[in-house]
Write a protein that binds this ligand. Structure first.
Ligand code: IZC
Ligand code: ZN
Length: 425
């Protein structure tokens, strides 16, 4: 078979293969690497992988792109399983308040934070939101991210939520990066419902959520279950109805206060629970019993200035599957760079480089329902493959804060070469 792309001589090839269920505990670090590896691609699919010599049936011709990865490391395209990609404006003016010690939730209570981004997002046109999100998506792709989950939650009414979800759909259709959309109308109580929380929740359940799912604009439904935002009871009500409507479930759980979000994620059978800095042992046990993936976001911990990180080692030791993602958003984590987040996962949460690679690839793919298609380098999967200019996988988190990507192949097409975006479409 004549192949379209052949990557050979990779000093390390992280396959992260074996993808029926998320990797957990020790599985997050063993059997993910091939030394001196090769990968063959035809069309949009991976058609061969191996070690050292390439068998005769993998043929090259004049049109085959041969990539010599000597001294380099090849990994699956990163899956950023938690972002707030589509939004208007930015929040750098809150930096001074944070430096003075005003907390994230206090800024939100004063009408800033998420609510300030809601004002900017409502004021922006669909085209303006599209251009801004497209730039961020380009940056993500340049850093090796090939699949992104994108939450709504800055419109907080029917028209503006749909506007943001349509932007995500348009990007999914026109940009090489695949986007998985999550509806997050329960991100904050909008100002016009300040004195009628129940009324807002009923509006979401009765008017917005059915419309979004009917228009096929989101697969998942997420709730910011947090002290002063949505209580466990309110979150349970929204998630229970979301499940009936056919959404997969996600929960922003116990990010700041231990309110019982992890327990709720277990109880409702969420696909994932996010943040978990303050999660209780019981909550983590309930997640494990119900196969909930823990999506950890150490960039947010870093940027909240509390010094508190999720207990990744405890979670791995008890056998929970972990994913690691950016949480890219204009407030608590304004960065698209998943490699920086992977470094923080090592340096601040004591995850090993092997665990972090698993968490940012195959386990991220499970967290967004795409593990059959992407997240590992396996025959039959989509050819989402990244060549890193590093000699081994330890080197990437160690040499932190810069972009190590040399090439990105998305669905079998070379879209980044020598750290530059190539023309697509
Ligand atoms: O805009 O602050 N935590 N939601 C929950 C966020 C952070 C995004 C934001
Ligand atoms: Zn978030």
């Amino acid at each position: 078979m004549e192949v379209d792309i052949l990557i050979k001589n990779a000093s390390q090839l992280a396959t992260c293969a074996g993808s029926e269920r998320p990797r957990r505990g020790k599985e997050m670090s063993y059997d993910i690497l091939i030394e001196d590896g090769w990968v063959a691609i035809k069309g949009d699919r991976i058609v061969g992988i191996g070690k050292e010599s390439i068998p005769g049936e993998i043929e090259t011709g004049p049109d085959t792109l041969i990539i010599d990865a000597t001294g380099k490391t090849v990994v699956p395209g990163f899956v950023d399983s938690h972002t707030h990609l589509v939004h208007g404006g930015s929040r750098e003016r809150e930096l001074a308040m944070k430096l003075e010690g005003v907390s994230y939730l206090e800024i939100l209570n004063r009408g800033g934070g998420i609510l300030s981004t809601v004002r900017d997002t409502r004021a922006a046109s669909e085209e303006q939101l599209l251009e801004k999100a497209r730039k961020s998506l380009d940056i993500m792709l340049l850093h090796g991210t090939t699949t992104v989950e994108a939450k709504s939650g800055y419109g907080l009414n029917l028209d503006d939520e749909i506007k943001c979800l349509r932007v995500a759909k348009e990007l999914n259709d026109t940009h090489p990066v695949d986007i998985v959309s999550t509806f997050m109308g329960a991100h904050a109580i909008p100002e016009e419902y300040r004195d009628d929380r129940g009324g807002y929740i009923d509006y979401l359940i009765e008017e917005v959520m059915p419309r979004v799912i009917r228009l096929k604009l989101a697969e998942f439904c997420d709730v910011f279950c947090e002290k002063g935002v949505f209580s466990v009871e309110e979150s349970r009500k929204i998630l229970a109805r979301a499940r009936e409507m056919g959404y997969g479930l996600k929960v922003h759980a116990d990010e700041i206060e231990p309110v019982g979000g992890a327990e709720l994620a277990g109880e409702v059978g969420a696909v994932s629970a996010e943040h978990l800095l303050a999660a209780s042992d019981r909550g983590l046990e309930m997640m494990k019993a119900n196969r909930v993936i823990a999506v950890l976001l150490p960039g947010t911990s870093f940027n909240l200035y509390t010094g508190k990180y999720a207990r990744a080692r405890d979670m791995i030791n008890m056998g929970l599957p972990l994913a690691v993602a950016t949480d890219y958003n204009p407030g608590s984590c304004p960065t698209e760079n998943i490699q920086l987040i992977m470094s923080l996962a090592c340096l601040k949460m004591k995850m090993t480089p092997e665990e972090v690679i698993t968490a940012a690839t195959i386990n991220g793919a499970h967290a967004v329902g795409r593990a059959k298609e992407t997240g590992s380098i396996e025959v039959g999967k989509k050819a989402d493959v990244v060549v890193l200019d590093v000699p081994n996988i330890q080197y990437m988190p160690y040499h932190f804060g810069i972009n190590h990507v040399d090439k990105v192949i998305k669905k079998g097409k070379l879209v980044v070469d020598n750290q530059k975006l190539l023309k697509f479409n």
